[in-house]
Design a protein around this ligand. Structure first.
Ligand SMILES: NC(=O)C1=CN([C@@H]2O[C@H](COP(=O)(O)OP(=O)(O)OC[C@H]3O[C@@H](n4cnc5c(N)ncnc54)[C@H](O)[C@@H]3O)[C@@H](O)[C@H]2O)C=CC1
Ligand SMILES: O=C(O)CCC(=O)C(=O)O
Length: 416
């Protein structure tokens, strides 16, 4: 595979979707329906910047398929956002929701921007502008956004406020990942990491490795990566490596996670405070038990997959491993817990948030944790069972588990 093909996330997704549907016995017409999102909106968002000039940003909202129910998925603010990336991300959301058996299809949004170089007021105007631009196609029974890379509960709050102004009534179920006082759910902030912890437990159990003796490496120190480091540290595991966009830190004895958590900024940067750093490339190849990519796409490729030393790769990030790398790792006996399963804790608790908003009754954290655990373990067992009985790699197994529900719903509706 040439490099561009290797890292084209939409193409890679379409290849696995086709394989999954074929293994499930579907014809080509179903592949045609599900290999692309049913709707992608591109928007141009004019934002008055603090210097008085107007800057026009480009954003997207992709809705993969709504046969199962309203579409659902985060909004990413990042300079590298690309239409095909958002499309792939929305397809992955359909698969995540299918594995977790949530009553949603997949959606995803993104805006090409760099929040690290914007003021708080510029960010607020951009967030509100995005909601105005996509307001026709989103809503609590249509498409429900949430946080993703470089968006957070404050941005969700501005988006909620803007949507409520447009619709002229308060509508907390429009968006999830909100602050608690605006109808957010307990446990959503930490949900993605909590879900990954549960997957690490399951994977280590299969490999016969004791978590308390395990060495963990985490790429990315944002929402997913930093809470994961905290929970692993609290569980007694040794977190020997972490990283952010600028570099990585490594200590064989275990890093001082509470100190790093205290010093990280709101974008998940911390390594710039240290002189003795290693590169992200070196981090991924460290000798460890569990490697958790928790940053961005295409980090484990055919180039570094032969050098990965972890026994288990648990994908907190969306799309961190290419198809060729999946093949190499699987053949080397490294257990992959794929993104569409491992990172589903976020959308599962987002679903709980939406349910609580709809019923106007709020649950305590224990209830959230217990329900999350149950759903994640059920998802793991389902995927692992398909992997074993159908003799397919864990990624294809996860796609088969997830896309099945969407295809069945589309067939019942008479679309195919
Ligand atoms: N926040 C959530 O609820 C969910 C997030 N995810 C996925 O997890 C991943 C991380 O998301 P968040 O933690 O929310 O984002 P974030 O914006 O909070 O943190 C991202 C982290 O990755 C680092 N990073 C960025 N580019 C990098 C690079 N090229 N090399 C190394 N590190 C890099 C950043 O410095 C930061 O530490 C993404 O793939 C996201 O789609 C998946 C499910 C839910
Ligand atoms: O919480 C959600 O609804 C979506 C989270 C998300 O964007 C993801 O799982 O990639």
């Amino acid at each position: 595979m040439n490099d561009k093909k290797e890292t084209d996330v939409l193409l890679a997704t379409q290849i696995v979707i086709e394989q999954a549907l074929q293994r499930l016995g579907y014809e080509q017409d179903m592949v045609e329906l599900l290999k692309e999102p049913m709707r992608v909106l591109t928007v141009r968002i004019p934002v008055r910047m603090d210097d008085g000039k107007t800057k026009v940003f480009t954003g997207y909202r992709s809705q993969h398929n709504d046969a199962v129910g309203p579409t659902k998925g985060g909004v990413r603010f990042h300079p590298a956002v690309h239409e095909n990336e958002v499309k792939a991300l929305s397809i992955w959301m359909s698969i995540k929701c299918g594995i977790a058996d949530l009553p949603y299809g997949g959606g995803k949004g993104g805006v090409i921007c760099d929040p690290r170089s914007m003021s708080i007021r510029e960010l607020e105007r951009l967030s509100r502008g995005y909601v105005r631009a996509v307001s026709q196609i989103v809503g609590p029974t249509k498409d429900i956004p949430a946080p993703d890379v470089m968006t957070n509960s404050q941005i969700m709050a501005w988006m909620l406020d803007e949507y409520s102004r447009i619709r002229e009534f308060d509508s907390p179920g429009f968006i999830t990942g909100k602050p608690l006082v605006l109808g957010g759910s307990k446990g959503r902030e930490t949900a993605t990491a909590r879900g990954v912890v549960i997957m690490i437990h399951e994977a280590l159990r299969l490999k016969g490795i004791d978590l308390a003796k395990a060495r963990i490496v985490i790429q990315g120190f944002g929402n997913a990566g930093s809470y994961l480091a905290k929970f692993m540290h609290e569980a007694g595991a040794r977190v020997i490596g972490i990283s952010d966009v600028s570099g990585a830190l490594y200590n064989e004895e275990g890093l001082d996670i509470p100190y790093l958590l205290d010093r990280r900024d709101s974008f998940g940067n911390v390594t710039n405070l240290f002189q003795q750093t290693i590169t992200n490339e070196q981090l991924l190849e460290l000798d460890c038990d569990v490697l958790v990519p928790a940053a961005i796409e295409n980090q484990i490729t055919e180039h570094n997959a032969p050098n990965i030393k972890a026994k288990v790769v648990v994908e907190a990030a969306n799309g961190p491993t290419t198809l060729e790398a999946t093949r190499i790792l699987s053949e080397r006996g490294i257990l992959i817990v794929p993104d569409v399963l491992a990172s589903s804790g976020g959308v599962i608790v987002s679903y709980f948030e939406w349910v609580q908003n709809n019923q106007g009754y709020y649950w305590d954290e224990q209830e959230i944790d217990d329900k999350l655990r149950l759903m994640m373990i059920r998802g793991f067992e389902q995927v692992y069972d398909i992997h074993r009985t159908r003799k397919v790699d864990m990624r294809l197994a996860a796609y088969m588990a997830g896309i099945r529900k969407v295809a069945e719903a589309a067939r019942y509706r008479g679309w195919v």
